[in-house]
Design a protein around this ligand. Structure first.
Ligand code: NDP
Length: 622
């Protein structure tokens, strides 16, 4: 908005007090800040001019109210930094600030009602000037702020906390919010009304005339009474103290203020302001960039169902399709598991609602979080919670999830490594931890792992071996022996040795502990071979869901059968397990067994995992 201050707009003759225009418009004295080329920065001449204009308005008995406005694009950008002395003495600084303070408070203390009509920038001293008036009307484009603390300056007339609450005052002064819009200023009680830009002067003049119609004496005395109320509350004393603090601030040197003044002296106001804004611009840019990024679409492997059956296609989706959750994650890696194979199959497997994005595990970087536990840049991992089944999963470049379900990635583990570990590795670690909780230590004897060449079993073998346990690995094929020995197994037990059902509920005490991925009759048999007081962690059912067992091992040997669930495992245990994975899992061995594929290859990998064609871990690079 540009305010025209030529005579045509105003009825009466202009008088100039330096860069301040003064005119009588009927009973209203109009005072115009008239340094538009400098956004009406308050120079020493302007301060003098304002005092002179106020002298005239107050002395003129025909003036019943005073209207203050600014010419050009802004009401005022604040005190002029360009004419500031480079290194003023304490006396000079005190005199200058006192002069600024006095001119601002002149509008508060004037016996006549004062009204500011503001538009564009209303900053620093300009903001204080507007606040000091009895009323303020703002154009819609007005922007309020006190940027002084950004460059080591203080506030000359600290009226702000008297007009708005401490939270808002502190937000503006201590947290650098110097871009308060007209609507927000209205909410904060800093202005009386907001009007369209084209109507600002008309509304302000009408309002000023209303004051002029009132009884002059009553208005003067009532204003005095209102001001005295603030006096009683300690306004003057508080402002004096604030001014003293400002003088202290202005005469103390900090790194910021020194740099600012140096740039001001050598390169001018624009360069100094640019330096001042740079850190904030960086912040703004970060949030703007993030916002921009968040606005963008993302790529996902979508499973959908139509009359032609279940399809898997890679699609570009808008962000408003992201699943519910308070943390947005840029997915870096996911993995291919049996459950994923099912969801990618011709029937859609475990998928309850189409369209769907599978991927039961993922790891990536937080892009945005509405939960204070996470912030952009944090590395996170997700497994379980039926993600990829009834909540959209990790086969997408971006996803969203409840903060409760994520785990911060522990130090020392990359997102790719976390996916090599995945649900299978987490389950193994939870099983190891369960056995340890039950008292298992390496000196107690051999620990049995069944389904040993599988996803869970192989990691369990590797972890136990690294922890110093003697591991007996049960496998269906002798061909797996080298693989299992390489992982750290000290003995290979062929599956058939344990699948034979025996009639006796108790056999020789053989195993100090067991991690069982098989279940069924093999688990029943193993229970009878457990050592006294030992425990079995049951994690899977590849051999069957039945348990044709006897309770005798529980009763006569105090054996514990501990079920392991990785899906709904509470956060604390998950976090502990991931921390242990970072330290106790021989990740290099896992890396040797892992293959990385792209999103385009996932559908094929899903089909192969169902056929048992995949060995080791398959991770998906997003
Ligand atoms: P895999 O398919 O990778 O491995 C299973 C292994 O079990 C096979 O490699 C094979 O090993 C063995 N096996 C297969 N069929 C039989 C059979 N009929 N009898 C005996 N052994 C058999 O699966 P995972 O390791 O990923 O999962 C193992 C089990 O754990 C599954 O039942 C799975 O559903 C469950 N699971 C449970 C979790 C939980 O939170 N509790 C989490 C993840 C998985 P080998 O050739 O060496 O004999």
């Amino acid at each position: 908005m540009h305010i025209d201050t030529t005579l045509g707009k105003f009825a009466c003759q202009n008088q100039a007090f330096g860069p301040v225009l003064y005119r009588r418009n009927g009973p209203v004295a109009e005072i115009v800040l008239n340094l538009p080329a400098k956004l009406n920065s308050i120079t020493a001449e302007m301060a003098v001019g304002l005092q002179a204009a106020m002298d005239q308005a107050e002395a003129d008995p025909g003036v019943r109210s005073i209207l203050l406005c600014g010419a050009g694009r802004a009401f005022s950008a604040g005190f002029d930094l360009g004419t500031m002395e480079a290194d003023p003495s304490l006396e000079d600084m005190t005199a200058m600030l006192q002069m600024d303070f006095d001119v601002i408070m002149r509008f508060w203390n004037s016996p006549k009602p004062t009204l500011s009509a503001v538009h564009g920038y209303v900053l620093g001293g300009g903001f204080e000037l507007a606040m000091a008036c009895d009323m303020t009307i703002a154009a819609e484009d007005a922007m309020f702020g006190e940027p002084e603390p950004k460059f080591g300056s203080g506030i000359v007339a600290l009226l702000l906390p008297w007009l708005t609450g401490p939270k808002q005052a502190k937000e503006m002064l201590l947290f650098g919010n110097d871009r308060v819009t007209a609507d927000r200023a209205l909410q904060m009680g800093l202005v009386n009304s907001v009007v369209p830009q084209s109507e600002l002067l008309d509304v302000a003049r009408d309002t000023a005339r209303r004051a002029a119609v009132l009884d002059g004496l009553a208005v003067r005395m009532t204003k005095d009474a209102i001001n005295k109320s603030y006096g009683r509350m300690g306004l003057e004393g508080a402002l004096r103290e604030a001014l003293a603090i400002d003088i202290q601030i202005e005469t103390s040197e900090t790194e910021e203020s020194r740099t600012f003044k140096e740039i001001l002296a050598t390169k001018g106001v624009k360069a100094a302001i640019a330096w001042r804004e740079v850190r904030f611009a960086a912040l703004d840019a970060t949030s703007a960039e993030t916002e921009e990024k968040n606005k963008m679409s993302y790529t996902a492997l979508v499973v959908d169902k139509s009359e032609d059956g279940v399809t898997q296609t890679i699609q570009t989706l808008e962000n408003d399709t992201l699943p519910k959750g308070d943390v947005t994650v840029a997915v870096e890696y996911s993995s291919v598991n049996y459950k994923d194979g099912l969801c990618l199959s011709a029937t859609g497997g475990l998928v309850r609602k189409f369209p769907h994005v599978p991927g039961i595990d993922y790891a990536g970087t937080v892009e945005h979080s509405a939960d204070p536990r996470y912030m952009p840049g944090d590395k996170v991992v997700l497994t379980g919670w039926r993600v990829g089944e009834n909540h959209w999963g990790g086969y997408a470049t971006r996803t969203r999830i409840a903060a409760d379900k994520l785990v911060p990635l522990p130090q020392g583990l990359s997102t790719a490594q976390a996916m090599m570990v995945g649900t299978a590795g987490l389950t193994s670690m939870l099983a190891v931890m369960a056995l340890e909780r039950n008292g298992l230590t390496p000196d107690q004897g051999e620990v049995l792992v069944t389904g040993a060449s599988g996803g869970v079993g192989s990691v369990a073998v590797a972890i136990l071996a690294k922890l110093g346990y003697q591991v007996a690995a049960v496998t269906g094929s002798e061909a797996n022996s080298a693989f299992l020995t390489d992982l750290g197994a000290s003995r290979i037990v062929l599956r058939e040795e344990l699948s034979e059902t025996v009639k006796r509920p108790l056999e020789t005490e053989t195993w100090a502990g067991c991690i069982d991925a098989v279940g069924g009759s093999m688990l029943a048999r193993i229970l009878g071979q457990m050592k006294y007081g030992s425990s079995v962690a049951a994690i899977g059912l590849t051999g069957g869901a039945d348990l044709p067992a006897s309770v005798v091992p529980f009763l006569l040997r105090g054996v514990t059968l501990k079920g392991i669930d990785s899906v709904m495992q509470p956060f604390e245990d998950r976090q502990k397990a991931w921390a242990r994975i970072a330290t106790d899992l021989p990740i290099a061995k896992l890396e040797e067994l892992s293959t990385s594929i792209k999103l385009e290859d996932v559908a094929d990998a899903g089909a192969r995992i169902l056929k048992g064609d995949i060995k080791g871990r398959t991770i998906v690079e997003l």
